[in-house]
Design a protein around this ligand. Structure first.
Ligand code: NDP
Length: 279
């Protein structure tokens, strides 16, 4: 059988941590495939997708800024991609290009690993209403949350999401976060705040119940200001690196036929890369 090749395409692409993850798995499972970073400029995405029909690649990942273009371009989308409105995983099947979004899976699998039982809670507060928030909302709905409060600086974006996702979702102003936390079992940050060392969001973590779980999907730095504050308050926290690792697994399984494991060794490898680049 021919050596299977997969890719990650984006622009810029040098910063992507996906090659580290997938080449680690290829070596670990002694597979002869490859996983290659391809820089695809914004105007070249359509041409890149057309070139996939040649079968040179079995599939690949799509990252910024092409996730929405991939959503529009694929022949078939799964339910997650459909509802999230973006595609990050591609594969060829019976001559058709299929697209999925594995971020919701990655978000849930990370919490399954580090906070088992998290999904028994019914009430969650989600900070942010961007692309990543959509994946988190999809996951919370799939896991049966019944009261999901979307908080966003731009209230209108939260309103649009709440309307789209259904009656379990409501929209709120950032300034009101404290009042929303009193009976929340889960607080999720999906805003890019914390990534660039911006000031902490005005949250009022003191309102959260003692047994609440706080998670940030931002993973640079690994412990964001929000997670540090929650830890100091004695709350259980889960960082966003596990989401990145777990979201990679479904693609790898499709392309290479092995369901890969997210191990402490893989986590340490990628965490070291994050720390090295931050230094
Ligand atoms: P978007 O640009 O689509 O959304 C950004 C969100 O952050 C918006 O809700 C925006 O609010 C809010 N925001 C930005 N700056 C501020 C601020 N100063 N104060 C308050 N709110 C602010 O980004 P994405 O949703 O695509 O990504 C968000 C983060 O998630 C990124 O850091 C990304 O790295 C991370 N991520 C992590 C993944 C993982 O695997 N762990 C997967 C995907 C993303 P407003 O609407 O008002 O502008």
């Amino acid at each position: 059988e021919a050596r299977r090749r997969a890719f990650v395409c984006g622009h810029p692409i040098a910063h992507s941590r996906s090659p580290k993850i997938h080449t680690h798995w290829l070596a670990r499972y002694r597979l002869s495939g490859s996983y290659e970073a391809v820089d695809v400029a914004p105007g070249d995405f359509e041409a890149f997708v057309s070139s996939l029909a040649s079968g040179a690649f079995v599939g690949g990942n799509v990252t910024l800024p092409h996730k929405e273009a991939a959503f529009r371009t694929v022949d078939r989308r799964d339910d997650a991609a459909e509802r999230i409105g973006a595609v990050n995983t591609l594969w060829l099947e019976d001559g058709l290009l299929h697209g999925s979004n594995t971020d919701a899976y990655g978000f849930a699998a990370n919490l399954d690993e580090h906070a088992p039982g998290w999904a028994h809670a019914g009430t969650a507060v989600v900070l942010g209403a961007g692309g990543a928030a959509r994946a988190v909302l999809y996951a919370l709905k799939a896991r049966g949350f019944r009261d999901i409060r979307i908080v966003n600086r731009t209230l209108e974006r939260a309103r649009l999401l709440a309307r789209e996702f259904g009656p379990a979702f409501s929209a709120h102003q950032l300034a009101a976060t404290g009042e929303l936390l009193g009976d929340a079992a889960l607080l999720v940050n999906t805003t890019s705040v914390g990534m660039h060392g911006e000031a902490e969001l005005p949250l009022g973590l003191g309102h959260l119940p003692d047994n609440a779980l706080v998670t940030d999907i931002v993973y640079v730095p690994l412990e964001t200001p929000l997670l540090a504050a929650a830890r100091r308050r004695g709350l259980k926290t889960v960082d966003g690196l596990g989401m990145l690792l777990h979201q990679a697994a479904p693609g790898f399984e499709r392309w290479f036929g092995v369901k890969p494991e997210v191990t402490p060794e893989l986590r340490a490898l990628v965490a070291a890369d994050i720390v090295a680049k931050a230094a």
